[in-house]
Write a protein that binds this ligand. Structure first.
Ligand code: AMP
Length: 393
């Protein structure tokens, strides 16, 4: 069965077409700069990548172009072959604890969470509308970044702020990257062949979050009310003293919105190093002796290490630690920097095993009290699998 996995952003639309249950990727691609003058799209199929620069005024048009290309490139012989569309939806609040079939009522409910994720949810729903029109016979499924984390108890999701902030306005920890945490948890659980597993999963890419997972249930995750919380990231600050916001607004005579934008887009690795949000640039600068780049890497590693230690305590001892996403899969330097900071947990590194990129592999030393694995994530496949499972229900 062919299932397409969709991630619609405000000016982009990414797709991957799978054959399931075989988990074969048939084609993938991206529409970029939708609504802008220089829009273009790329499609990967049969080992070749094609790029076309054409006007893509909106998401509906992007989907229409995609449908035509799928036929013209002989990727499918009829659009009816695509039996399901899985949509990444960033915020499903506390209501959507699992992936769900999208109908008018469900879409209306999702839209009530738009104010929690104003940059993402409305764009995700534009993708849903476009595909409902283009593939009316296919099942449409919403897969939320927040759902996997909805097993957290109040003790772990409540902030110590006035209770009415939670009751009246929904201020609480929701968590994000849930699709990735769920995917790598399932992968490592299958690999280790354990019925019950306590894992600490570290999704560290441009955005980053750590989760404590006990027997498939998230106990706590580091992102919070928004993805700004928790770890230091590429451009986000992670956890900081909330009073800094008012102080800096007064000092710089800027609005809360402007200051929040700096915390989201100008902080993290970029803010501290003054060089880049990309750890490849940071590592190059460190090699040339740049002290602020080294400081940025040190702070980053320190935050991840401390979350691992905290979550190891919450789990009363983890069975495994997993690294995934851009840095977790590719940066041996960052993995080493993190592992060197969790010595107190008895974790050691196999330096040789760690010298690789993108492989599913154990990288901890034989004497390590907790094994450490790199597990490549695949959010697109997770979205497609949830869609496939709901189609077969
Ligand atoms: P993601 O958001 O998961 O796509 O991760 C993107 C980030 O991964 C980039 O911004 C880099 O910081 C990091 N990254 C990707 N490849 C490498 C690499 N070879 N070495 C170090 N960092 C990398």
């Amino acid at each position: 069965m062919k299932i397409i996995s969709i991630n619609a952003g405000s000016s982009s639309l990414k797709f991957t077409l799978f054959e399931l249950p075989e988990k074969v990727t048939i084609a993938s691609g991206t529409f970029e700069k939708i609504g802008l003058d220089d829009s273009f799209y790329t499609i990967k199929f049969n080992g070749e990548k094609s790029k076309k620069e054409v006007s893509v005024p909106n998401h509906t048009e992007a989907v229409n172009i995609l449908m035509k290309e799928l036929i013209d490139m002989h990727i499918v012989s009829s659009l009816d072959e695509i039996e399901g569309v899985g949509h990444r939806i960033v915020h499903g609040g506390s209501e959507f604890t699992d992936s769900v079939v999208l109908n008018d009522d469900v879409i209306k409910k999702i839209a009530t969470y738009n104010e929690y994720a104003p940059l993402h949810n409305p764009a995700n729903l534009l993708g849903v509308e476009a595909f409902r029109k283009a593939l009316p016979n296919a099942i449409q499924v919403g897969v939320f970044d927040t759902s996997f984390h909805q097993t957290m108890t109040k003790e772990h999701y409540l902030y110590p702020v006035p209770y009415e902030w939670y009751e009246k306005y929904g201020v609480r920890r929701y968590g994000f990257h849930g699709t990735s945490h769920k995917y790598v948890y399932n992968e490592i659980k299958n690999h280790l062949g354990k019925e019950k597993l306590k894992a600490i999963t570290c999704h560290i890419g441009n955005g980053g979050s750590v989760s404590a997972i006990d027997n498939g249930k998230v106990i706590e995750t580091s992102m919070g009310f928004t993805p700004l919380a928790g770890l230091m990231m590429g451009t986000r600050c992670g956890d900081i003293d909330a009073s800094i916001l008012e102080f800096i607004c007064n000092k710089k005579n800027i609005t809360i919105g402007e200051a929040t934008n700096e915390l989201n887009k100008k902080s993290g690795l970029l803010g501290v190093s003054g060089i880049s949000s990309d750890s490849r640039d940071i590592e190059d600068a460190i090699a040339k002796g740049d002290e602020r780049a080294k400081l940025a890497q040190d702070i980053y590693a320190d935050k991840v290490a401390n979350y691992i230690a905290m979550y190891n305590n919450m789990l009363d001892g983890a069975d495994v630690i997993v690294f995934t996403a851009g840095l977790g899969e590719n940066s041996k330097d960052m993995r080493q920097a993190i592992i060197s900071r969790i010595h107190s947990l008895g974790v050691t590194l196999d330096v040789q095993a760690n010298d690789m990129r993108g492989e599913f592999k154990c990288i901890s030393g034989k004497d390590s009290k907790i094994p450490v694995y790199v597990v490549p994530t695949n959010e697109e496949l997770m979205i497609a699998l949830d869609t496939f499972n709901l189609k077969n229900k």
